[in-house]
Design a protein around this ligand. Structure first.
Ligand code: BG6
Length: 476
């Protein structure tokens, strides 16, 4: 069954500066560059971000490959630690400026729409050491200054801006669950960081509205909206799911799109003594500077159950786990390599949630994808990785996305993570996600079967869903 997608649909892929470029000629270290310098052993096989996928040196060839597989749009990010020379004065580094200008021009020359994100977990580490990073409102101001430089330098050609990628992961990784530097466990700091990052996004949008002169340009934020599904209909599981939604999704979704925090969330944080420091003036800025559109990263659902500990427990740190626990559903479908559940229907649920609760704002799937380790297992004698599992994964998600669109949700694109296998935070090159593989020792890049597949989809602006997928989801 072939389904046509809306006109001008974005068929593309997403990467980020720190994960693709390599550190070449970069004046400053970001938090991950620094973490690798001091603890290389925590990164998979000791591989750090120094070379990554060499995009700094090979961007022309890489973009040519992206064109070859028919992508009409690609997201990357501008690294604060590369573009800015003096982090206090916000002066622009000449080589950083040259590099991003050339990258943007190369994308446009190849008929690919460059989608630019301004923060992908890559805070310059000096700002963490000097001010406490996102705990500090001084850093909010410096970020807005960096964004202004980007709008001024590239705004004539960039029509699609995003302030942050997955702000929730900055909070979870750096301040609650220790998978990002500075790997603290501090609920109060976590909530302050969440607020300051939201404020930084809203203030960057305010600055964009002041300085942007390109009438076609829009600005948004990219959120990992992971729908919580309760373990059962028991009222306590339902409540746990409600709280997970408040603390993981609505913490950024509501202020970014509606301009306000849910009052229930405010009361909950206040009652627990972890409400962030804020002013009426800041809340007004958040209110008045909502996004034009939204990017949604979706990989896996979040199944939740009532917390295992009594809320009356003593001497425990404040953690969101006070309100919900993770639930491993028996019989779940898995991407075993990555350890993530596969639940494509969640994209439909996301689509309807945005339609019904967020003013049917325009959005796109800014990341979706299937990380597979030891992917060379699937290398054929033809020299190509036969990633049929990735093609099926995309088809299943696109099936549900299309149903959401048919029911009125305004989704305008689908980006896979990622165009070319890239480096990832602690996982380095463990999980491969790309349409194009990368031999990290030789930097030879080869189109996978999924790369050839997406070319056909993009050319037709349609997906031909195999019968087994229609059958599988018919009853759902
Ligand atoms: C996304 C991030 O959440 O997950 C990307 O935005 C990241 O930056 C991707 O690379 C995959 O992560 P991992 O650790 O599975 O390779």
């Amino acid at each position: 069954m072939k389904k046509q997608f809306p006109e001008n649909f974005w068929w593309g892929a997403a990467t980020s500066g720190p994960q693709s470029e390599g550190r070449f000629n970069k004046k400053h270290a970001n938090v991950f560059d620094h973490w690798y310098e001091i603890e290389p052993e925590v990164f998979y096989k000791g591989v750090g971000p120094d070379t990554a996928s060499n995009f700094y040196n090979s961007f022309k060839e890489d973009i040519k490959l992206m064109k070859e597989i028919g992508l009409n749009s690609v997201r990357t990010s501008i690294q604060w630690s590369r573009l800015i020379d003096d982090l206090e004065a916000n002066t622009v580094d000449a080589d950083g400026l040259r590099f991003y200008n050339e990258v943007i021009d190369e994308f446009i020359k190849n008929g690919i729409r460059p989608v630019i994100n301004l923060h992908h977990f890559d805070l310059p580490v000096e700002l963490l050491h000097k001010y406490g990073g996102w705990e500090s409102k001084k850093v909010v101001e410096l970020f807005v200054g960096f964004c202004q430089r980007c709008f001024e330098a590239f705004g004539d050609r960039i029509e699609d801006w995003f302030t942050f990628n997955e702000p929730m992961v900055i909070v979870d990784g750096g301040y609650l669950y220790q998978f990002h530097y500075p790997k603290l466990v501090d609920g109060k700091k976590a909530m302050q960081v969440a607020y300051n990052v939201q404020l930084a996004s809203s203030k960057a949008i305010q600055k964009f509205r002041e300085v942007n002169t390109n009438p076609k340009s829009r600005i948004g934020i990219i959120l990992n909206l992971t729908p919580p599904y309760p373990a059962s209909d028991h009222p306590e599981d339902l409540l746990a799911s409600h709280h997970a939604n408040l603390l993981s999704n609505r913490l950024f979704m509501d202020p970014s799109t509606l301009g306000e925090y849910p009052s229930e969330l405010f009361q909950l944080l206040d009652k627990d003594g972890v409400l962030f420091e804020h002013t009426a003036e800041e809340l007004k800025i958040i209110k008045e500077n909502t996004v034009d559109y939204l990017g949604v990263n979706f990989y896996h659902p979040h199944r939740v159950q009532r917390p295992s500990l009594s809320s009356d427990s003593l001497a425990v740190d404040w953690m969101p786990g006070k309100y919900f626990d993770h639930y491993e559903m028996p019989g779940r479908r898995m991407n075993v390599d990555k350890g993530w559940e596969i639940h494509p229907k969640a994209l439909y649920d996301i689509a309807l949630n945005i339609r019904d609760n967020y003013g049917n704002i325009e959005w796109f799937v800014s990341e979706n994808g299937m990380g597979v380790s030891r992917e060379e297992r699937w290398l054929g004698t033809d020299g190509m990785i036969h990633d049929d599992y990735r093609i099926q994964f995309m088809q299943e998600h696109l099936y549900w996305l299309e149903r959401g669109i048919e029911e009125g949700s305004k989704c305008f694109g689908y980006h896979l993570w990622t165009p070319i296998d890239c480096w990832s935070w602690m996982n380095a090159y463990r999980n491969r996600y790309g349409f194009i593989s990368n031999n990290i020792h030789t930097q030879v890049k080869t189109i996978k079967k999924s790369g050839h597949y997406i070319k056909g989809v993009a050319a037709e602006n349609a997906v031909d869903f195999p019968d087994f997928i229609i059958e599988k989801f018919k009853q759902a």
